[in-house]
Ligand binder design. Sequence first.
Ligand SMILES: Cc1cc2nc3c(=O)[nH]c(=O)nc-3n(C[C@H](O)[C@H](O)[C@H](O)COP(=O)(O)OP(=O)(O)OC[C@H]3O[C@@H](n4cnc5c(N)ncnc54)[C@H](O)[C@@H]3O)c2cc1C
Length: 290
Amino acid sequence: MSEVKFISPETLEQAVDAYYKSSKEGKTKILAGGTDLLVQIRSGISQPDTIIDIKNIKELKEISNDNGSYTIGAAVAGAVLDEEEDFGNNWPGVLEALRLIGSEQIQGRASLGGNLCNASPAGDSVPALIASGATVKVHGPEGERNMPIESFHAGPGKTNLKNGEIVVNFQFPKKQKCSGDAYLRMIPRTEMDIAVVGCAVNVTIENDKCVDARVALGAVAPTALLVEDASKALIGSNFEKEAVEKAALACEAACNPIDDKRGTISYRKKVSKVLFKRALEKAIERAKKG
Ligand SMILES: Cc1cc2nc3c(=O)[nH]c(=O)nc-3n(C[C@H](O)[C@H](O)[C@H](O)COP(=O)(O)OP(=O)(O)OC[C@H]3O[C@@H](n4cnc5c(N)ncnc54)[C@H](O)[C@@H]3O)c2cc1C
């Protein structure tokens, strides 16, 4: 392996500038926790000429709460976010997803930004982020822009980031009163595996009626999905059996999975319905607590 140039900028502007320029000369990769990137380099999947470490950039490591709206830096490790009790009270489903990533050691390094940018269809945090309604701020040579999480990915391993763009942070909406989120995944082993199906649900309840719902699925299509038909089936309902069944069927219909040794197409479709119902139950229970 030829020598790799390692840059560790302290400002976002320096990082974007270095990323843009070095990408013109050769292959450049951003390094956050490295739990995906280093494995890919070691196994020869990725062979960057330049690595830009973003962990010294203050903005990317910050966690802030503006009157209930959280902003989480892209390079914040899952274990660090796990210590934010108030964030966990607001978005237990997002933390649930982060706590499933690898092991405690992995979570000490693995960032939300890395999980999103790695663009695995099975990335655990992605359905939970979609269900929460979070958006992502990116910064590049042409300035800043915001994207909903559900339009961030272009396919397996591919994002809609433009040349030189870096993910800066995640912006979570203020949690609605009587709302709750939850994330569940199915894996063939008990831990240290990737999702065969992942499902996140976020519901808001008013006078026993569902007034808002976001349902997201992972690992059942080339990118994580916002299942709008499932949300439509729930909104206005009292979560009666027919509405829940209609939403579950919408989940099944949205699936476009691969068939592999970890799960067949029909298995993944079936599991999407089961996981959806279980995640919904958990989200409702949390929403009822206020
Ligand atoms: C043993 C093991 C178990 C794992 N288990 C799981 C699991 O259960 N579920 C799961 O979802 N994942 C799992 N992973 C994958 C990995 O840990 C996660 O995807 C993690 O969140 C990646 O974050 P990171 O900070 O380490 O990213 P890195 O490895 O640093 O980066 C990942 C990719 O994103 C790019 N990138 C990172 N940050 C930015 C940014 N701010 N802007 C632009 N590009 C960026 C990098 O260039 C790279 O391509 C596992 C990995 C290992 C090694």
